[in-house]
Design a protein around this ligand. Sequence first.
Ligand SMILES: C[S@@+](CC[C@H](N)C(=O)[O-])C[C@H]1O[C@@H](n2cnc3c(N)ncnc32)[C@H](O)[C@@H]1O
Length: 257
Amino acid sequence: MPSVEQNLAMWNPDWGHDGSPWSERWGNVPAQWYGCIYPRIARYLPTKRILEIAPGYGRWTQYLLKHCDVLHGVDISETALAECQRKFGGFWRRPKTRFVRNDGRSLSAFAGNRYGFVFSFDSLVHVDLDVLSDYIKQIIPMLDKRGVCFIHHSNLGEYGPNAPNPGFRSHSVTGEAVEALIDKFGGRMLVQEKLVWNPNETMLRDCFTLFGRISDFAGIYPKRIRSADFTTQSRLIKESIALYHEQGVTGRPAGSG
Ligand SMILES: C[S@@+](CC[C@H](N)C(=O)[O-])C[C@H]1O[C@@H](n2cnc3c(N)ncnc32)[C@H](O)[C@@H]1O
C-alpha cells in the first residue's frame, strides 16, 4: 500500500491547486526547484529528450522544458494530464511535448524512445515496490548513452510495516530494495540520498536515487548519504529568499535614490 487504485482515487479528482502549496517549506516553487532540485541534477542537463514520470500539474515540468528539445510525460491522472496539455501542449510549442495517461506501471506509449534524462519528484514516494520494479525495468533500456534517471521514492520500509505514515508513503520500499532493482535490471546506482522530509521528524522516510546503465557507469562506485539535515536545507533556502522578497514588497521604490 498505497496501491495504484488508491493513487488514482487520490489524484484523479481535481486537487484544487497546482502543487505549489507543497513547496511552501522552501518558500515557493522556484525556490524549491533552484535551491533543492536543480543543483542535484544540473550536471545531467541539458539533454535532447526528457521523460517525466507523474508530472501532476507540471510543477517541475515547467523547468524541465528549459533543458531539452522534447519532453514526454506519463501520469495516471487524467485531470493532471489535461492541465499539462493545456499549459505545455500543442504542436506549435517548443520544446515538443507529449503527455500520456498510463496504467500506473507501463511506459509502452514511449517504447522505442531514448532519453538523456528520466525524472520523477514528489510522486513515486506513493508507489509500492512492485510499481517501482516495473518502471525501473523499463527505464534502464530507454536511457541514452550516459543518460541517467533521478527518482524520489519512499524509504519508509526501513522502519517496518507499522511506522507512522503522515505522507501517504509506501511501506514496501527501501533505498536498498531500489538499488537491488537497479542492479537486477542492468543499471548502476550513482547516488542515493535518504532524507528526513518533514520538520520535527527523525525518520529518513524519503529517498532520492540517481542511476544509469551499468554499461555506461561500470567504473563508478555508488555514493550513499543519510541526510538528517534536509529540512535545515529547506529552511535556510526559505529564510534567505524571504529577505529579498520582502524588500521587493516593502522596500524603497526602485529609482528613488
Ligand atoms: C503528489 S502528486 C505530485 C505531482 C508532481 N510531481 C509535483 O511534484 O507537483 C502525485 C502524482 O503522481 C501521479 N501518480 C501516482 N502514482 C502513479 C503511478 N503509479 N504512475 C504514474 N503516475 C502516478 C498522480 O496521478 C499525481 O499526478
